[in-house]
Ligand binder design. Structure first.
Ligand code: EPU
Length: 419
């Protein structure tokens, strides 16, 4: 198992290209199941989660080809049963349910297991399928959805913690081939949902309102093949902004959509950084003194839960008392215990971290627990005194394309070693 060694204390300077979005690419690849014709998806990041998704699609009968960021999928004949062996490796495999139900009117997928960032139910996805006329049965760890026919309906996807991103994707993918009109209320507004809707519309779907709380889908008889380029990864971009903020220096991100990052830019500006944007780039630099802030992770357009851990790492060395709450995944604070091993002064009060900024973290051996927590530890290591050793780095490879190489190209000193 690889580990990462981060030599702290080097500022970052220069520019870096942001990869295609993992969370856009995953459901978009699954959407190729909706047609017999080939779909060509470009700017697909080279990540282990993407690899799992392509393996699942192959197991479901798709022909899959991949060449430097471009994936071609042809789902001429599909099977509707996704086995536990592959599904268990990635929670996002649940997003094959919607397209299989839409196309074949049935699907069986293993229920996603527990997850370190909290209990992650799929009740809202299933509620949506039921509203479209599907019978849902959970048996022996599998969820089976079956519908002699799918009929449009009005569905609210509001849950205890707001809307659901993959739930909105799943219901949208089933509804595109349903008879009549489907209205999704309390839909997730994330840019990744819009990207999927744009792709589905290129395939011949009739979807309006993606990016708002209400999505309207006019069912069609069939979809055809299409080409699509995945949007830039706003969470990778946000992570590099915070990396530059933590390490110091001036860094420009290229190939970004600055609009998608408003909720990350604002608190960084409030905390004392200057951020300049163009149509497709962002440049961050220090702007005098830094100050503590309050943050609450919320569904889009709020501050993203996927950036919460990285901001905790930054605020750990920002003067004053910062307060960070996660209202999307209230238990997503595994990184706090690890940051404390590096000397951070953080106290948990329910789903809120109260962070008393200290002047410098100290390197320590730490354990990555999930994707974003591992990113936070790498960022903390950039500023810590000494060499931070991060174990279980396979988590980081699930969602960041060559993060060590990209940070090194900006002046960091990160080594990857076999444990
Ligand atoms: N929820 C329910 N019932 C459901 C579905 C969700 O109660 O049926 C709850 C969840 O437990 C959570 C909240 O609703 O408290 C939001 O979860 P959501 O369904 O939106 O999460 P997701 O769609 O499973 C995606 C991203 C996550 C990201 C969340 C929130 C992908 C592949 N994953 O997950 O990304 O944190 O939206 O923005 O798109 C990551 O990239 O590190 C990551 C975890």
């Amino acid at each position: 198992m690889d580990k990462i060694l981060v030599h702290g204390g080097r500022p970052l300077n220069g520019h870096v290209k942001i990869s295609g979005s993992k969370n856009s690419a995953l459901p978009i690849l699954a959407a190729a199941l909706l047609t017999k014709e080939p779909c060509i998806i470009s700017r697909v990041p080279d990540l282990s989660d993407i690899h799992y998704m392509l393996t699942i699609l192959s197991e479901l009968g798709c022909e899959v080809e991949r060449a430097s960021g471009v994936v071609t999928i042809k789902a001429e004949n599909v099977i509707t049963d996704a086995p536990y062996d592959i599904v268990r490796k990635m929670r996002a495999s649940v997003c094959v349910l919607g397209p299989l139900l839409g196309r074949e009117k049935e699907a069986t997928v293993s229920l996603p297991g527990g997850c370190i960032i909290g209990d992650r139910p799929i009740d809202l996805h299933l509620r949506g399928f039921e509203a479209l006329g599907a019978a849902v049965r959970v048996q022996s760890g599998n969820v089976k959805v079956l519908a002699p026919e799918l009929r449009g309906a009005t569905i609210s996807l509001r849950g205890k913690f707001g809307s659901t991103v993959l739930g909105t994707d799943n219901v949208m993918m089933a509804a595109v081939l349903a008879e009549g009109t489907t209205v999704i209320d309390d839909a997730a507004e994330e840019p990744e949902v819009v990207d999927l809707a744009n792709f589905l519309n290129k395939m011949g779907a009739k979807i309006e309102g993606a990016g708002t709380r209400r999505i309207i889908i006019e069912g069609v008889k069939e979809l055809h093949g299409a080409e699509h380029e995945v949007i830039p990864d706003r969470i990778e971009a946000g992570t590099f902004l915070v990396a530059a903020a933590i390490a110091g220096g001036e860094v420009t991100l290229r190939r970004v959509i600055p609009d998608h990052l408003k909720a990350v830019i604002l608190p960084l500006e409030q905390s004392g950084y200057k951020i300049h944007s163009t149509a497709d780039s962002l440049t961050i630099s220090p702007n005098g003194s830094r100050s503590a802030i309050q943050l609450d992770a919320q569904p889009y357009p709020g501050f993203p839960t996927d950036m919460q851990a990285q901001m905790c790492a930054l605020l750990a060395t920002t003067d004053g008392v910062s307060v960070v709450t996660d209202s999307v995944f209230p238990q997503r604070f595994m990184h706090v215990a690890e940051l404390k091993r590096m000397g951070a002064n953080i106290e948990m009060q329910g789903s809120t971290a109260v962070i008393h900024g200290i002047s410098r973290l100290e390197a320590a051996p730490v354990m990555a627990s999930d994707l974003r927590a591992s990113a936070a530890l790498v960022l903390a290591g950039l500023t810590a005194e000494g060499v931070t050793e991060i174990n279980r780095v396979y988590h980081i490879d699930r969602g960041y394309e060559s993060i060590d190489e990209k940070l090194n190209s900006l002046g960091a000193e990160i080594e990857r070693v076999k444990a």
